[in-house]
Design a protein around this ligand. Structure first.
Ligand code: RTP
Ligand code: MG
Length: 140
């Protein structure tokens, strides 16, 4: 299996509740390695670009406003099969449908405010990492 990198965001609902460390502990306990991390405020333009795939969905405006509503922690996670493993650790988009032991089951408030983002494919992971990190900010 290939060593991959995936892009993660600890979203504003989680930073507001001081959960960065709790979520990072779940990430590290799963065996994934945090190889880059910074706490930032996302601009409207960054949020719109990041979620452009959802621009025609009814929740797009709400999603962009939410992502700007407080600090986020952007991260690069590394490990074998990291993209699928992190999606599994995050749990379903709707926390009421997320499995026991997942980040969203443990911490997420609602389908909109669901605590974490993770890339869904190799191509999107590369694009998302490049949107927020320079190569020399990632230390594997
Ligand atoms: P993400 O992209 O953030 O990792 O989440 P995901 O793949 O599990 O879900 P996706 O379908 O890509 O949706 C992106 C984000 O949009 C918000 N959302 N709100 N109100 C709603 O019905 C609704 N549906 C999605 C969530 O924040 C979701 O994570
Ligand atoms: Mg998604």
């Amino acid at each position: 299996m290939a060593v991959e990198r995936t892009f993660s965001i600890i979203k504003p609902d989680a930073t507001a509740r001081n959960l960065t460390g709790a979520i990072n502990a779940m990430i590290e306990q799963s065996g994934l390695r945090i190889v880059a991390q910074k706490r930032i405020r996302i601009t409207r333009e960054q949020a719109q670009t990041f979620y452009a795939v959802h621009s025609q969905r009814p929740f797009f405006g709400e999603l962009v406003d939410f992502m700007m509503s407080g600090p986020v922690v952007v991260q690069v996670l590394e490990g074998e099969n990291a993209i699928a493993r992190y999606r599994e650790l995050m749990g379903a988009t709707d926390p009421s449908k997320a499995a026991e032991g997942t980040i969203r089951k443990a911490h997420a408030a609602s389908i909109g405010e669901n605590s974490v983002h993770g890339s869904d494919a190799v191509e999107t992971a590369a694009i998302e990492i490049a949107q927020f990190f320079a190569g020399n900010e990632i230390v594997g």
